[in-house]
Design a protein around this ligand. Structure first.
Ligand code: NAD
Length: 330
């Protein structure tokens, strides 16, 4: 029995799972593999050095799959401010119709995508932000709990409470994000009223993920205790893998008098983090990881992963339903 939800209908996908934007990881090979496997693959715009390079990446993805895929644009502080509008325009010109937005002040971008008839999924870490994104006309909210990799916001609310609040307060469909790595997480998300789940870290550790094998093996051997928050004191909190560099960053942030971004800039630079994925040294720089890292113990293909999740979720939903004894038989 397929898991048909508002999300699968809206996006034209088979399995209600999205591979959310991931800097340096959301490249054509992975996005296409997820879409081919029945989920929604997403290219991360800022992983491309220019809008023109994004155009090429979109064309490459289309050569790899005829299924729908999306593009992520994340608006957060950056060392070199990107041409967000240029990336957005190119993706629309190339016929992309599904966008994932995230970060600060997404209003103009959302307005632009909606004016072009696109579907917008917006990532939020609070119900307050979710409601204002709803007013901006987004189609789906991606509710990002404290468990997530990357930027969880500053309010530290776990997915369980955020999603239950979303069920009570939101009018548009929403998906869970943060802490999901298996069919249990997907079934739990659906039980919490979500129309599907977003996964990042889990997809990093698949055959088609474009990162060094050593990092995939490191993910497999790590536990839920192996991530840490950096940038807490700079109000740009990010959950990353706990390694020599991230521990050093936290130490600098916590020294008397605090730290300015410039004090950690060289340690945290995305260009340095990118080399982790290329050279396979997990201690070389900063790389994002969510606490669901503790649930990951293999490196499947995207197809194996999604089929397994679908099967597990269906079994759990079936078992849960069988717990209910009709009142007439009590
Ligand atoms: P970068 O090299 O510009 O910056 C490295 C890190 O420092 C990022 O986390 C960034 O948010 C943070 N940062 C930069 N300037 C800052 C400042 N003045 N104050 C506080 N923090 C600051 O980043 P990058 O690796 O080239 O990535 C580009 C952008 O994409 C960043 O904003 C990053 O956070 C964001 N990002 C996107 C995704 C995604 O899913 N699309 C995932 C991770 C990061």
């Amino acid at each position: 029995m397929p898991l048909n939800t508002q999300l699968t209908k809206l996006l034209g996908i088979r399995i209600p799972v999205i591979q959310g934007g991931m800097q340096w990881v959301g490249l054509p090979a992975l996005a296409a593999a997820v879409s081919e496997a029945g989920g929604l693959g997403i290219l991360t715009a800022l992983s491309q050095p220019s809008p023109q390079a994004l155009r090429e990446a979109i064309r490459k993805t289309r050569r790899l799959t005829s299924k729908p895929f999306g593009v992520n644009i994340t608006l957060l502080p950056t060392i070199n401010p990107p041409d967000y509008e240029g990336y957005a325009r190119v993706a629309v010109e190339e016929g992309v119709r599904i966008f994932e937005t995230a970060g600060n002040n997404p209003g103009p971008l959302i307005k632009y995508f909606k004016s072009q008839g696109c579907i917008v999924l917006h990532k939020c870490t609070t119900i307050r932000h979710a409601k204002s994104a709803e007013r901006l006309g987004v189609d789906v909210l991606s509710i990002d709990g404290f468990e997530c990799a990357g930027h969880p916001g500053e309010e530290d609310i776990g997915g369980l409470v955020l999603l239950a609040r979303a069920a009570k307060e939101l009018k548009v469909p929403y998906i869970s994000s943060g802490g999901i790595a298996d069919g249990r997480g997907l079934a739990a998300s659906l039980a919490l009223g979500a129309s599907g789940a977003n996964m990042g870290t889990r997809f990093m550790c698949t055959v088609e993920s474009p990162i060094h094998e050593n990092i995939k093996k490191k993910i497999v051997s790590s536990t839920e205790r192996d991530t840490v928050h950096i940038f807490r004191t700079l109000h740009n909190t990010a959950r990353v893998f706990k390694n020599k560099v991230s521990v050093e960053v936290v130490k600098i942030e916590n020294r008397p008098g605090g730290a300015k971004f410039e004090d950690v800039r060289d340690l945290v630079s995305g260009q340095r983090g990118k080399l982790v994925y290329e050279n396979g040294d997990p201690d070389y720089g900063i790389w994002s990881a969510g606490i669901c890292i503790g649930l990951i113990d293999d490196i499947p293909t995207c197809k194996e992963l999604l089929e397994r999740m679908e099967r597990e979720a269906e079994e759990i939903i079936g078992k849960t339903a069988s717990l209910i004894t009709p009142r007439s038989r009590l």
